[in-house]
Write a protein that binds this ligand. Structure first.
Ligand SMILES: Nc1ncnc2c1ncn2[C@@H]1O[C@H](COP(=O)(O)OP(=O)(O)O)[C@@H](O)[C@H]1O
Ligand SMILES: [Mg+2]
Length: 270
C-alpha cells in the first residue's frame, strides 16, 4: 500500500521543506521505500537540502509533459537504498503541474512499490498548494508557534477537508498531523510565542512532534545532509521521534521545556 503524505502549512518559511527532507529520510532509514516530491515549482529547495542539486537533469514538470520518464527524473539518494527525490523545475511557470499529470506520476510510483510519497508543498492556499494536498492520504501540517502561522494552518485544514480528493469523493478524511517547528521554549516562557498547548487547542489536530529552533537545521541544509542524520542534535532527534510516531509508536515529547541554565550563564546571563 502506498501512502501519500503532504507536508503543508499555508504560510511560507515555516519548515515544510526541512521537514519533508527529514521525515522522508527518516522513513527510508527505517527501511521504507520513500520518494520526496518537490511541488514548489520555481524554487527548487528540496534538492539543495537533500544534497542532490548537481544531479538534477530532468524534473517533475518534464515527466508530466512527457519529456522524460519517471525513471529518468527520479534521483536515487547516495546514502540510502530506499530513498528517492523528484525535483521541481526551476524555470517553468507555476501552472505547469496538472491534476491529471500528478495523478499519473503518483499512480506510477505506487506501481513501482513506493510505500511513502512525501509531497513538499509550496506556500499559500492557491492552486499549487491545493494540488500538492489533493491526492494526500495524510497531511503533516507544519506550524510555527505564532499567531499568523497558526491562522494559515487552520486555513489549510479547511482545504484538506474540502478540496482534497478524499473530501471530493466522500472517502475517509485525510489523516491530519500537527508538526510544531522552530519551537523555542524560552520564548514561550517569556510569552513571545504560543505554547504547544495553545497551538494544539486552537488547531485540534493530533500532535506528531515538536521540533526545536536549532542551529543544526541551517548547518544541515548548508551541507546538503537532512538534519535527521545529525543524531546528536536536538532537531535531528525530534525528527526521529516524529518519524516513530508517524509509524504508530508513541513516544514522549522532548525539547518542549526550557533548558536549565548552567552555573555560568546564570551568573553572567546569556
Ligand atoms: N527547527 C528549525 N530551527 C531553525 N531553523 C529552521 C528550523 N526549521 C526550518 N528552519 C529554517 O527556516 C527557513 C525556512 O525553512 P523551509 O524548510 O525552507 O520552510 P518552507 O519549506 O516552509 O518554506 C530555512 O532557512 C530553514 O533553515
Ligand atoms: Mg519549501
Amino acid at each position: 500500500m502506498t501512502k501519500v503524505i503532504v507536508v503543508t502549512s499555508g504560510k511560507g518559511g515555516v519548515g515544510k521543506t526541512t521537514s519533508s527532507a527529514a521525515i522522508g529520510t527518516g522513513l527510508a532509514v527505517k527501511g521504507h521505500k520513500t520518494i520526496i516530491i518537490d511541488f514548489d515549482i520555481g524554487l527548487r529547495n528540496l534538492d539543495l537540502i537533500m544534497g542532490c542539486e548537481r544531479r538534477v537533469v530532468y524534473d517533475f514538470v518534464n515527466v508530466i509533459n512527457g519529456e522524460a520518464t519517471l525513471n529518468q527524473a527520479m534521483i536515487k539518494d547516495k546514502r540510502l537504498e530506499e530513498l528517492y527525490v523528484l525535483p521541481a523545475s526551476q524555470t517553468r511557470d507555476k501552472d505547469a503541474l496538472t491534476k491529471e499529470g500528478v495523478e499519473k506520476v503518483i499512480n506510477e510510483l505506487g506501481e513501482k512499490g513506493f510505500e511513502y510519497i512525501i509531497c513538499d508543498s509550496p506556500a499559500g492556499i492557491e492552486a499549487g498548494a491545493i494540488l500538492a494536498l489533493y491526492f494526500a492520504d495524510e497531511a503533516i501540517v507544519t506550524t510555527n508557534p505564532e499567531v499568523s502561522s497558526v491562522r494559515d494552518s487552520d486555513r489549510i485544514l479547511g482545504m484538506l477537508a474540502s478540496k482534497s480528493r478524499r473530501a471530493e469523493q466522500g472517502l475517509e478524511p485525510v489523516k491530519e498531523h500537527l508538526l510544531l517547528t522552530r519551537y523555542c521554549p524560552a520564548r514561550v516562557h517569556r510569552g513571545d510565542m504560543l505554547s504547544v498547548e495553545d497551538v494544539c487547542e486552537i488547531l485540534a489536530v493530533p500532535l506528531l512532534g515538536v521540533i526545536p529552533e536549532s542551529q543544526s537545521v541551517l548547518k544541515a541544509s548548508n551541507s546538503g545532509e537532512p538534519v535527521i542524520f545529525d543524531t546528536e542534535s536536538d532537531a535531528g532527534q525530534a525528527y526521529q521521534d516524529a518519524v516513530e510516531r508517524l509509524l504508530g509508536n508513541s513516544l514522549e515529547l522532548r525539547f518542549v521545556n526550557e533548558q536549565k541554565k548552567g552555573f555560568f550563564s546564570r551568573i553572567f546571563g546569556g
